[in-house]
Design a protein around this ligand. Sequence first.
Ligand SMILES: Nc1ncnc2c1ncn2[C@@H]1O[C@H](COP(=O)(O)OP(=O)(O)OP(=O)(O)O)[C@@H](O)[C@H]1O
Ligand SMILES: Cc1ncc(COP(=O)(O)O)c(N)n1
Length: 488
Amino acid sequence: MIGVPVLSIAGSDPSGGAGIQADLKTISACGGYGMSVLTALTAQNTRGVSAVFVPPTEFLAQQLDAVLTDVPPAAIKIGMLGSATVIDTVREALFALEAAGVRPLVVLDPVMVATSGDRLLDADAEAALHRLMAHVDLVTPNAPELGVLAAGAEPTCTADLVTQARALAHRHHVWVLAKGGHLVDGLTAGGTVTDVLLSPQGDVQAVDHPFVETTNTHGTGCSLSSALATFAARGADWPAATRLAVDYLAHALAHADELGIGSGHGPVHHLAGLWDGEGVPSLGLASGWWAQLAARARASDATTVVRALASGSVEPELFQLYLGQDLAYLQDYAEHLDAASNAAADRGDVDGAAFWAASATVCREEEPELHTRLGAEVPEPDAVTRAYADHLASASAAGYPVLVAALLPCFSLYAEVGARLAPDLADDAAAEVRDWVTTYADPGFAAVAAEAMARLDELAEDADPATRERMRRAMAQSLEREIAFFDR
Ligand SMILES: Nc1ncnc2c1ncn2[C@@H]1O[C@H](COP(=O)(O)OP(=O)(O)OP(=O)(O)O)[C@@H](O)[C@H]1O
Ligand SMILES: Cc1ncc(COP(=O)(O)O)c(N)n1
């Protein structure tokens, strides 16, 4: 189990139930390494907020700089922001991080009003919140916040949540988890609360969970968004991370009354699962390494080749250069897949041997067909291609588990880039772009990439600590070679 770094940018609740205190407990309980940057200090307890102190924005910028230049987070959860100036300072920090080639996943809990009814965001800060949304992957409004952000009436039923969440998802091209915690009037124990998850394309998924009859709901929004950021940081996609986060919170809510903290709306029991001995949900060791690299992997979107593909048209010379070198690379890669197949067979792993051999065949036969259809010919390998080949050769010499770790990014990164580019592919995208993107966005390819990762997870589980470290490094180095490969 590794602690993927997750950063909370939020306000402090000294009574420990909401804000960064809730976030750090949640991140730890969900298997992340929690860090926090403070936007504001509140004086509050379970009965309400009595004062708010906002430190100078220069100090916020210093905190962000200190953390982000040393420990790039795999995900960031943003909570209480307070004012437009604070929002703009956070936005600038995210922008600078992206410019430096690191794009963590970003979850925004658009905190406007506390459960107690106290305002936590200036009314004039809404425009700044919309500007921030350009850097956000998923936003988690409750019903009143959704009404404000989607400029509609406050949703009063699930159908309203869906309509307004779709408008917000569409406007900012973000995932929206619209929370149904404010629509529970009339529910009793045994009833069901419905949150709804919308993709940026507007696909809807209802996320049902049991209604808990309790007044101890202080900090549910903070905890849910932190859990989501942590599970996503650990490698779950948004629908899976949402289910894991909702289940985590349901358990914490179900045990809230056992804590019995304060005389007002008390906190949920963030550590109920750990104290019960149920531990932290497991997601696989190597999947965790890849999740830790995800912020780096998404930086491939800024490379020349992926940028050109995303825009729907590619300069022929650039594309031919890339495709030609990729053809040269695939010849070498197929040989290492054969080596992996032989090594699996030597260990008596018949399924593994068949899997790697089948992948080698795809690299020799199917993928080059795409490349040659797009006009590529095998050139002399250039320095970038040779460096990748040398890396694979030394990984191979280090043994089967290290070799598989080095082979993995070529599966996972292409599946991820394909999946990211496909939904936004313009109708008039050039034919060669469409051909390339649909090849790597194919669900069959995603399934193969997932199987490769599952095999690596098993190898990592069985490996000793020194081998695990070599595997983790080999994976990270392959990712760097992949990014260099796209940046031509
Ligand atoms: N009594 C409850 N039983 C079950 N789930 C609940 C209950 N109250 C809230 N939730 C869940 O808690 C999460 C937070 O929802 P809510 O709509 O309350 O957000 P919020 O208003 O941002 O949170 P907060 O009330 O902490 O400000 C959602 O997943 C919601 O479904
Ligand atoms: C510092 C801070 N941040 C966020 C909230 C909202 O949490 P909730 O609405 O769940 O009380 C809060 N009360 N305090």
